[in-house]
Write a protein that binds this ligand. Structure first.
Ligand SMILES: Cc1cc2nc3c(=O)[nH]c(=O)nc-3n(C[C@H](O)[C@H](O)[C@H](O)COP(=O)(O)O)c2cc1C
Length: 181
């Protein structure tokens, strides 16, 4: 039997963080080993326990971001991933990655990984359209970071516009398509 695929799923501090639970669950059911990494801000929206239960794996937060398998956790996770996905990705995460900032586990592993990176943004439409965000997206696309979404629609903040997280089943489908040999 071939080795299961392994992905890192980064979750950031967006109102859409709860939808990452469905993504983690779907991928786990498909046989993918999902290592979830939560930013401090993500923990304001969803608990690590949710992802521990859904993935049946250790979930990474500031509490356990030190060592893993005898290596710094950001290096171990970065090296072992076939794919790194951030869903939902905040404007803040996108800005950090574009500018090489690495103040926490998720941003550090994003800089350290040789694996392809997929970003699924979620934010208010004005934040998405802000020139700073758009410049950061252009910069990251130039570095082969792939973006899935956002889509247009009614946003959780009450605005209508472009900024909703891409539908989770479609994000899952895109991820699985990239993992197939
Ligand atoms: C209720 C609430 C909802 C938020 N939703 C979003 C969001 O969907 N997208 C976004 O970019 N920022 C959102 N923010 C702002 C982020 O939480 C903030 O920029 C945070 O520093 C992001 O941290 P992180 O990227 O390290 O997770 C929200 C803030 C609050 C209080």
């Amino acid at each position: 039997m071939s080795k299961p695929h392994r992905i890192v799923l980064g979750v950031t501090g967006s109102i859409a963080a709860y939808r990452a639970a469905e993504l983690a669950s779907t991928l786990t059911k498909e046989g993918v080993e999902v290592d979830v990494v939560l930013t401090d801000e993500a923990l304001r929206f969803i608990t690590a326990l949710t992802f521990q239960a859904l993935t049946r794996r250790e979930v990474y937060t500031r509490e356990n971001d030190g060592m893993r398998d005898g290596q710094p956790a950001h290096i171990s996770l970065a090296d072992q991933a076939d794919l790194v996905v951030v869903a939902p990705a905040t404007a803040h995460l996108i800005a950090q990655l574009a500018h090489g900032l690495a103040p926490d586990l998720l941003t550090s592993l994003l800089l350290a990984t040789p694996a392809p990176v997929i970003i699924a943004p979620a934010m208010n439409g004005k934040m998405w359209h802000h020139p700073a965000t758009q410049d950061n997206v252009i910069l990251l696309r130039r570095r082969n970071v792939e973006f899935i979404g956002p889509e247009a629609g009614l946003l959780a903040c009450g605005y209508e516009g472009l900024g909703r997280l891409w539908p989770v089943p479609e994000i899952a489908r895109e991820i699985l398509a990239r993992l197939k040999p």
